[in-house]
Design a protein around this ligand. Structure first.
Ligand code: DAH
Length: 345
């Protein structure tokens, strides 16, 4: 009894199995599921025939219907997994990367030549017991000028073409303000030895030897009994370390408001060694820095007693030192950002 229905269910299972086998996508599988197993699907429809099945056969037919449903679901699940695996291998194939191909090399930067030379200068002075101090690039008129013995309207201010922010604020024209800041921070500590590297700004038109942005290193030593001899010895040693053991130094009298006496320092020409050439203009000497004995007013402004201590100071332009070291003839190259220039160092 119920053979017709049994037969229908069997046919249904086969038909669904075939459809599943042919399905090429998850969407197609879902359609098949709805078509055969959905609430209004073929299985439900087939079971409408249950009414005509004798009572005794119904449990067996019911089991068969359940088995049929389970079997179709199992086939759907298998096919779903199979399609998933196929999709995955297709993707893997399409997205395969040949890891043995050469890569695109990352361009590694280099330290800017000014920074390299600056670090060389720092190393020499750190070796002599100096410590590094930094100050602000936007500076007060007080630290940039007044504390260094440049009163308002003093003609010495004309030497420093200043970017003025307002009457009290300037872009620092030199690193000398860090002398006073450094002293105030450390007073009454002795001995005091510091170097202050950093950017400075002047309202100069740019040409081969002038740039509105440049780098200086300031030096300051304060202690009981510091003399001009200490200054000369320190800078002569610096020149030898920087330019080689045969380098000679020469001190020429000069003027700065914050030192007394003041001197400009030359080194024997790094190109010709002193015999005279184009680089040194035939003189055999190259000017590299300004220096002097710290003026008593400056010591006072730094919180030290000029009756008890003395000090020396110096300041140099790092670009100039680098130009002499590498034979660079135009200061504008340093801040022009041309990689063809910068990559040479
Ligand atoms: N600050 C000076 C300038 O930029 C350079 C200088 C000269 C610094 C003499 C010093 C010094 O410390 O003693 O022109």
């Amino acid at each position: 009894m119920g053979d017709g229905l049994r037969h229908d269910l069997d046919a249904l299972r086969k038909e669904a199995g075939l459809a599943v086998e042919r399905a090429e996508s998850l969407e197609a599988l879902e359609e098949i599921r709805v078509r055969y197993l959905g609430r209004k699907g073929m299985l439900t429809r087939a079971l409408r025939g249950m009414g005509g099945v004798p009572e005794a056969d119904r449990p067996a037919i019911g089991r068969l219907a359940n088995d049929t449903r389970d079997e179709i679901e199992r086939l759907l699940g298998e096919r779903r997994d199979g399609l998933g695996r196929m999709a995955m291998s297709k993707r893997l194939l399409e997205e395969a990367v040949d890891v043995t191909l050469p890569g695109i090399p990352a361009r590694v930067g280099t330290k800017h030549v000014v920074q390299q030379v600056l670090e060389e200068i720092e190393d020499v002075f750190i070796g002599m017991g100096f410590e590094i101090e930094e100050g602000p690039e936007v500076e007060t008129d007080y630290y940039n000028f007044i504390a260094l013995n440049f009163p308002k309207d003093h003609p010495a201010r004309d030497m420093q073409a200043t970017f003025v922010v307002n009457p009290e604020i300037v872009l620092r024209t030199h690193t000398s303000p860090v002398q006073v800041r450094g002293m105030l921070k450390r007073k009454p500590r002795l001995p005091l030895r510091l170097i202050a590297p950093g950017r400075c700004y002047r309202r100069d038109p740019a040409d081969a030897t002038h740039s509105p942005v440049f780098t200086q290193v300031e030096g300051l030593a304060v202690d009981v009994g510091v003399s001009m001899g200490d200054l000369k010895g320190t800078l002569a040693e610096f020149a030898r370390r920087m330019y080689g053991p045969m380098t000679r130094t020469r001190f020429r009298p000069s003027y700065f408001p914050f030192t007394e006496p003041s001197a400009e320092v030359d080194v024997s020409c790094t190109v010709c060694g002193g015999s005279g050439c184009g680089v040194c203009g035939g003189t055999g000497w190259l000017e590299i820095l300004g220096s002097g004995m710290v003026h008593p007013h400056v010591l006072e402004n730094g919180g030290y007693d000029p009756g008890k201590v003395t000090g020396f100071a110096f300041g140099m332009g790092v670009e100039r030192i680098a130009m002499l070291k590498y034979g660079i003839d135009d200061i504008r190259l340093f801040h022009g950002g041309d990689l063809r220039f910068l990559r040479q160092f």
